[in-house]
Design a protein around this ligand. Sequence first.
Ligand SMILES: Cc1cc2nc3c(=O)[nH]c(=O)nc-3n(C[C@H](O)[C@H](O)[C@H](O)COP(=O)(O)OP(=O)(O)OC[C@H]3O[C@@H](n4cnc5c(N)ncnc54)[C@H](O)[C@@H]3O)c2cc1C
Length: 424
Amino acid sequence: MALDHVECPQTIKTQMLVAGAGSTGIAAALAFARAGFSVTLAGRFPSPLAGRTVALFEASLRFLDALGVLDEVRAKSCPLATIHMIDDTDQLLPVPDLRLSAEEIDLAAFGLNITNDDLAAVLTAHAKKAKAFDIIEADIADYDFEDDGATAILADGRRIEAEFLIASDGRASKARAAAGIDTKEWTYPQVALTLLLSHELPHDNISTEYHTRSGPFTLVPLRGREGAPNRSSLVWLMHMRDARRRLAKPREALEYEIEDYAKSELGAMKIDSDIGQFRMGGMQVSKFTAGRLALVGETCHIFPPIGAQGLNLSLRDVADLEDCLSSVDLGNEKELARALTRYERHRRADIGLRTHGVDLLNRSLILPYLPVDLLRGAGFVAMTAIGPFRRAVMREGVLPHLVLPRLMRKDEQRPQHARDSRLA
Ligand SMILES: Cc1cc2nc3c(=O)[nH]c(=O)nc-3n(C[C@H](O)[C@H](O)[C@H](O)COP(=O)(O)OP(=O)(O)OC[C@H]3O[C@@H](n4cnc5c(N)ncnc54)[C@H](O)[C@@H]3O)c2cc1C
């Protein structure tokens, strides 16, 4: 065969390859471009997610501000000024309601609640407009790892050669599997139903969590829209048989049941979206880095949506990795190894704490053991009665002290771009 008829698959070279274009991946591409690396983001942008919203706390908002997207996110979201927790487990001893107010820790709000679709749209539009990095809207079929880099192979044969690979390709990560990183996975006998609601009465920027025997029933305030000034999202954890029963109900009957669960505090309810259903499970990884690969987002942690930790933790992965790598010469093996050891240590502590905390709280609700109930009740009592303890817990939830990367610190403490950035 004559050589001039053979088509050579294209090879693209980049410093940082970000695999997976979900919210975590886009944030990673923006952060590393801001730090002055040449970045390629590969993956398809997110498709719509039924009835899903995400509450982003203060540290995440500072990070989004550093990435230049906070104003657009703010314009589509609703502040969370108060969190009201109600123990609805009918346990033996009565547990007081717990009201957490952002004002108490000198914040106007704990964070913002936005639909996943709006967040993805804002990040995608910003990524395309900023032209800060190259985007290849295609899935990666396979990987080769070498000592000095990683190569991603697309389905059409194109290759992306990178000095470093950031895997943000979600829970079934191909990059993680190709690097041989082990996972430990488990399930809970629960499903989360997610939906958007409009209701009769205003939410006053209060998120209300009813802790029930099948898991939390959490209403989170949403920004109103024309014709529906009062809106909230619902994340409702329940046993699988109850999910089946509720999904088979006529809409109106389900709306009545939701109003009843919410003690009619927000008046009559109307379901405003498709209903999403998500099986609850957990996952831990054996390590967060391997050679020239680092894991971020759901590639390295999964747990139930209690306390709105998932994406906040993912953005912390990204900000922490940027912190560890921003001044590293990727050609210097020793320097890189030191930075990755630091990332590994930080992530093990931060992710371990959140995964075990959420697991403990979820199991304490669904397992009706008196000693566990008493312990949970004591936690509520301590939070209500002891101001310094309550404020410390609130601060840890929105501005974790254990690892707070530079891009999540206050404006004036943030560094300028570490390298000669294409965003500068
Ligand atoms: C019901 C529910 C409510 C939640 N509420 C909150 C909340 O209030 N606050 C909060 O912080 N978190 C919340 N979370 C968690 C949060 O939504 C997730 O942590 C977050 O969406 C994960 O984002 P990600 O980008 O890491 O993963 P994903 O969104 O899964 O993105 C992975 C991306 O990788 C792509 N991909 C996969 N394979 C490949 C491949 N081979 N090549 C290229 N690309 C690939 C996919 O197409 C996808 O776009 C909630 C979760 C649930 C289930």
